[in-house]
Design a protein around this ligand. Structure first.
Ligand SMILES: [Zn+2]
Length: 483
């Protein structure tokens, strides 16, 4: 495939150190709060990339860290400890917070059809490896001790700002973050490898080290975790564009200095999800989670569909209206797939192979998932029988992961049930468009009415209206439709 490489600022032919095998690393979440859907955009696009590489036939070894220690609220060793912030906010221990939000993250991933990487490593589980790497950097003269902390010495590098073409002065730590400069640092961009002087008295997680009791800096965990599970030669490193500087820049500095050879040639960065008022963030009030989407009646996969429709290197603007449009298009697409007949003859292998090549040409051009979605619409009209069309769509969905065939099969079942005579409960008949969740709400409202609880009945009607569902009470029951 051709993939844009942030390290060279060019679209390049994707290559691997070992032919046929991809060593892939993804920066994982800092588990102090729920992931917002902007964070999850990155994981959706990285998941599509991994699945696309597998689709092309690569054997992929994907590794991800879980940051449960050492990430301060500024990305550059400044600010508050994120894990302590979470623990204090919720009156729990740091480890309880880590477990709770790790579980919540993988719940969200499951709902969005994001595959769990082959290896997931919490940072707290690999402290001896971090210490060994820091010691190695000290031994080789790339690090120094000052004020109780171990720092990486960026003046020892020939090139530091890998990902940026523009003026490096703009990116100086401290200038960008607007925080006080750490006077122990010899150079502005130096960063902490190991802290022993914590400004947080209640720092819960500390480990013994040759430099005193303390905890690792954030950046060292990704270098050490990748080294352990991906080996010395990483092919592809992924993350949100926010991670490019200083986090990824520092990872490269550490890994290459430690290894003494180039480390990872290809870097994949997913751009921001914005709202009308700017970049989505946890501190800005616009805190949108997968649970919130579900509460509002959206299928989480409609959000995945929304993300796939745009390119990962463009900022994507989230609004409820945009999501509504995507959800409507996704629903209609499922309905069209459901209308295909699964058993109308044998699958035409030649047509399927041609469709596969078309998909590779489209999506293999810098992960153009939007063209991948378009290919599904083309498959609906393919010059072949329905069984072949469904086989093509199922093949594409190995990458898109929109549960297209499963949802279509479910819709066929629901439609059959409805045409056999609407869903009935307690003498109330509901006829609609084959959505069991809506049927259940309509029934609940009818029951509330029967019990003369009109306030509740009105509330449910409003809730349905907000989801674009219109109700008509008829002598034989309630009919609903989407408007
Ligand atoms: Zn990382």
């Amino acid at each position: 495939m051709y993939l844009y490489n942030s390290a060279t600022h060019k679209k390049e032919l994707f290559t691997t150190h070992t032919p046929g095998r991809v060593e892939m690393y993804t920066c994982g979440p800092t588990v102090y709060h729920f992931a917002h859907i902007g964070n999850l955009r990155s994981y959706i696009m990285e998941d599509a990339l991994e699945k696309y590489l597998r689709y092309e036939g690569y054997d992929v070894n994907r590794v991800m860290n879980i940051t449960d220690v050492g990430h301060l609220s500024g990305d550059s060793d400044a600010g508050e400890d994120k894990m302590l912030m979470g623990a204090r906010r919720e009156h729990k221990s740091v480890m309880e917070i880590a477990q709770f939000y790790t579980d919540a993250f993988f719940d969200d991933c499951r709902k969005l059809n994001i595959k769990t990487p082959d290896t997931v490593q919490p940072a707290t589980g690999l402290i001896p490896e971090f210490i060994a790497m820091v010691q190695g950097l000290l031994d080789k003269g790339y690090a120094y001790l000052a004020g109780g902390n171990v720092y990486f010495d960026t003046s020892k590098l020939t090139r530091y700002h890998i990902f940026f073409d523009h003026d490096e002065e703009d990116l100086q730590v401290g200038v960008r973050e607007g925080v006080e400069e750490d006077t122990n640092k010899r150079n502005k961009n130096d960063f902490v490898l190991w802290f022993t002087k914590s400004k947080f008295e209640d720092q819960a997680l500390k480990w013994d080290s040759p430099w005193g009791v303390g905890y690792p800096g954030w950046h060292i965990e990704c270098s050490a975790i990748s080294l352990k599970y991906n080996g010395e030669y990483l092919d592809l490193h992924c993350g949100g564009i926010d991670n490019a500087f200083p986090h990824h820049t520092n990872e490269i500095a550490q890994s290459e200095s430690y290894l003494g050879h180039p480390w990872c040639p290809q870097w994949f960065h997913v751009h921001h999800l914005n709202t009308d008022s700017g970049k989505m963030s946890k501190s800005k009030g616009e805190f949108l989670t997968v649970s919130l989407l579900e509460e509002k009646g959206y299928d989480p996969l409609a959000y995945r569909f929304f993300c796939l429709q745009s390119h990962y290197r463009k900022a994507l603007v989230f609004s409820w209206e945009n999501l509504d449009n995507a959800a409507g298009a996704y629903r209609k697409l499922i309905a069209r797939i459901a209308a295909l007949k699964p058993d109308d003859g044998p699958v035409d292998g030649a047509v399927l192979e041609a469709a596969r090549q078309k998909f590779i040409k489209a999506v293999g051009n810098d992960l153009n998932t939007s063209l991948g979605v378009t290919a599904v619409y083309d498959a609906l009209k393919a010059d072949a029988n329905d069984a072949t069309r469904l086989a093509i769509i199922g093949d594409y969905d190995r990458v898109l992961s929109l549960s297209l065939l499963e949802k279509a099969a479910q819709k066929r079942e629901d439609d059959a049930r409805l045409s056999a005579g609407a869903s009935t409960s307690a003498g109330i008949t509901v006829t609609g468009e084959g959505d069991p969740a809506i049927d259940a709400l309509v029934l609940k409202r009818a029951e509330a009415k029967k019990a003369r609880n009109f306030a509740e009945a009105d509330r449910i009607r409003d809730e349905l209206r907000a989801q674009g569902v219109e109700l008509t009470d008829t002598p034989t029951g309630v009919v609903w439709k989407r408007v």
